[in-house]
Design a protein around this ligand. Structure first.
Ligand SMILES: [Zn+2]
Length: 289
């Protein structure tokens, strides 16, 4: 059994757009050849890294000018011949769509086979708990969580800062995720990046006290993981490996995993985090077959 990388932004020759290419070159500084690999070529990279499957982010962000709700459908159709190697993570911009549009896109993405939903507060300019009456009562966002809960889709919520020029970092505080965990008790929440760099203690505490919040470790450099999270072993049943490839600084998906597997915690915990835990939560596209 190989590994699972639950958080990537892999793009392929078949799915890349002008907007995404420019964004990745200018904001991620990703080498161009990594952005133009075919799905088939990319599967070979996964084979070589002993990665069974990856989660591919395909959520919209009008504020960053990179994608809309149809992008998830395009990614699914590009990778469907390798349905056991990819999980596509879709999403909607709840503060840009009407309730009807929100429902329409959730249903279309679900029927197409998304495995999870992503909410990116600093990129969407949206508080994770904006559905609460005291936070503005955004019904569309409530619908997103309700839909995910009813359909057994986990929800990734980005926490921590984002360095992109149009990101709004006030939305990155993990404390707003607490409401979501309380109001949607059957929802599985992956707290991406565990609030790094400056909100890790809040995020860690929420993982400990909220049964349905999991720690998703992507974009923290593995060699610094224990600096950020010294008590990682305490949450090894609820921690999930991700790389954030090919985001800033993560240009080698295999090297990142190898570095993770070297961190000084027990082999048992490493295998839980990079294989067993993600498999329980994130199902590849082939789950639909
Ligand atoms: Zn990411």
């Amino acid at each position: 059994m190989g590994y699972v990388d639950a958080h990537t932004h892999a793009v392929f020759k078949e799915t890349i757009t002008e907007e995404i290419l420019n964004f990745a070159l200018n904001e991620w500084h990703t080498p161009r050849e990594l952005l133009l690999m075919s799905v088939r070529e990319f599967v070979k990279v996964l084979d070589d890294a002993e990665i069974d499957y990856i989660g591919v982010m395909a959520y919209p962000s009008r504020k960053l000018g990179i994608a809309k709700e149809d992008y998830a459908l395009r990614v699914i159709s590009a990778v469907k011949d390798y349905a056991d190697r990819f999980a596509v993570i879709g999403g909607v911009e709840a503060n840009e769509l009407s309730i009807e549009e929100t429902r329409y896109w959730l249903e279309r993405q679900y029927e197409a086979g998304i495995s999870a939903i992503k909410i990116h507060p600093p990129h969407m300019w949206l508080k994770p708990n904006a559905y609460r009456p005291e936070e503005g009562g955004l019904k569309q966002l409530e619908l997103v969580y309700q839909f995910a809960e009813d359909h057994g889709l986990p929800v990734y919520i980005h926490t921590g800062t984002s360095a992109f020029s149009r990101a709004r970092n006030k939305y990155g505080d993990p404390i707003f995720v607490d409401d979501v965990a309380v109001d949607f008790p059957r929802l599985v929440i992956l707290m991406s990046h565990l609030g790094r760099p400056n909100w890790v203690s809040t995020a860690f505490q929420l993982v400990r006290i909220r049964r349905n919040i999991y720690a998703e470790l992507s974009s923290i450099p593995p060699r610094r993981l224990l600096e950020y999270i010294p008590r990682l072993s305490e949450i090894s049943d609820k921690a999930i490996y991700g790389s954030d490839y090919p985001g800033p600084g993560v240009y080698d998906i295999k090297a990142n995993l190898m570095e993770f597997l070297k961190i000084p915690i027990s082999r048992e915990d490493l295998v839980k985090i990079a294989s067993e835990n993600p498999r329980k939560i994130l199902k590849p596209l082939s789950r639909n077959r």
